[in-house]
Design a binder for this molecule. Structure first.
Ligand code: 0X9
Ligand code: ZN
Ligand code: ZN
Length: 426
């Protein structure tokens, strides 16, 4: 009897959690595949987007003007096929088993951890990143300074590092890993910190020494920890909702600037782009905003690191009907970044434009808030590698090439900013 009720309880737990939870309580994505779906009309788009309302079967990975990247569960293939046929759109498989990529990544991480704890041949955990930051701060006490943005919902500390070789430098703020699963962003941010402190290359030295750097390697610390420990595909924060059993807010929709306008965010707590119950509902977002607003006279340029798609996105995110006053300058700056990246032997191509113009309306993002509300006139989202072959699960061999691209891109971007007069002290 006791055993019976135990088995029933066990069966219930399995049912409630779904088949995707394995024994180690990580969400598994066995035989989940990712398709690029091309469409032409907005009717096709909305029919396709309706699919992701069923989060058990469909998850949106990426969205562009004429293309959606959909992750689908093994049981959802027929449904996808039906909608593809009905909407006359076309789908191309580019990842056949998401779990396989996650397992390969995990193996590489474990192997690299055995050879030493921190580095750029693997993806580091939050604890590893913070331990490394402490080492850096001890090794470079004059040039570096630790700062704390605040505490996350779950009580983790959100840390940043300031690098300053001299006074009266223009300031560059880098926000990284606001989206939990975009691991290459914090890997790139830490690599840049290391280069700024250790490189002997003349152009890196100039870059490092002639700007003040404010770098937050992981903003969404709770989501990041969760993506390492439980669900590799987690995007949002980890604060529960009052009105739903779904957890988390899209922090890049939670800033108080044109919040929730123009379908630029969802009001559904279960959606990946949920804007939150109110602007700044997320402590991580509020913490970043407090820091930037109290240091805004020192910040000339703000860069928000994301992945993936290889894009440079300027404001506005909330509307494609209007463009910011210095849009032409921002496009010149973006072109400089893209040209510099493309000139490397890798030949990687970045496209650029305004967020709403070349992607989709996204309101309440970091860069729009910094630009609209804080007067940071050069404010960019950079979507790193790749364009979908691996998506968020970019193999660690890409970390250094991606970071090198970011470095030469940022050099060119700041040169252009200087030329256009954006690096004057405020
Ligand atoms: O949707 C987002 O938040 C960003 N793309 S991601 O795949 N990394 O989630 C793009 C945001 C760009 N839009 C604005 N900054 N407004
Ligand atoms: Zn508005
Ligand atoms: Zn992102």
């Amino acid at each position: 009897m006791a055993l019976n009720s135990f088995l029933i309880a066990l069966a219930l737990v399995v049912l409630v959690q779904g088949a995707s939870f394995g024994q180690d309580e990580r969400v598994r994505y066995d035989n989940y595949s990712v398709y690029k779906v091309k469409f032409e009309t907005s009717e096709q788009r909305s029919l396709l987007k309706k699919l992701v309302e069923d989060r058990e079967k469909f998850r949106l990975w990426q969205e562009a003007q004429d293309e959606l990247h959909l992750m689908i569960s093994p049981s959802a293939f027929d449904e996808l096929e039906t909608v593809i046929r009905k909407t006359n759109s076309s789908a191309k498989l580019f990842i056949s088993n998401v779990q396989e990529l996650i397992d390969l990544e995990e193996e590489a991480n474990i192997k690299a951890t055995r050879d030493g704890s921190f580095g750029w041949t693997k993806y580091n955990s939050l604890a590893e990143i913070y331990a490394w930051l402490d080492e850096i701060l001890v090794a470079y006490p004059v040039i570096t300074e630790s700062f704390i943005l605040g505490q996350s919902y779950e009580g983790r500390t959100i840390r940043g590092i300031k690098i300053s070789y001299k006074s009266n430098n223009p300031g560059v703020f880098i926000e990284s890993n606001i989206h939990a699963r975009e691991w290459v962003t914090s890997a790139t941010a830490t690599w840049l910190i290391n280069e700024f402190l250790t490189s002997t290359d003349e152009f890196v030295r100039d870059l490092a020494q002639n700007h003040d750097w404010y770098i937050v390697p992981v903003l969404n610390v709770d989501g990041f920890a969760y993506s390492h420990e439980k669900d590799r595909m987690w995007r949002k924060t980890r604060q529960p909702s009052d009105i739903s059993s779904c957890v988390g807010v899209d922090p890049n929709r939670n800033y108080d600037s044109h919040w929730m306008e123009n379908d630029g965010a969802s009001s559904d707590p279960c959606a990946e782009d949920y804007g939150g119950p109110n602007p700044f509902s997320e402590p991580e977002v509020q913490a970043l905003a407090d820091f930037v607003s109290s240091n805004k006279e020192k910040i000339n340029v703000l860069l928000a690191f994301h992945s993936y798609s290889q894009l440079l996105l300027s404001p506005y995110g909330h509307t494609k009907e209007e463009f910011p006053p210095n849009f032409d300058d921002m496009m010149e700056v973006a072109k400089a970044y893209g040209d510099a990246v493309e000139s490397l032997p890798y030949g990687t191509v970045y496209r650029y434009g305004s967020s709403a113009g070349i992607l989709y309306p996204a309101s309440g993002s970091t860069i729009d808030w910094a630009y609209n509300e804080q007067g940071v006139e050069i404010s960019y989202t950079i979507e790193f590698r790749d364009t979908g072959r691996y998506g968020f699960i970019l193999p660690p061999v890409h970390i250094i090439p991606n970071a090198e691209e970011a470095l030469v891109g940022i050099v060119a971007l700041l040169d252009k900013c200087e030329e256009l007069g954006y690096l004057e002290l405020k």
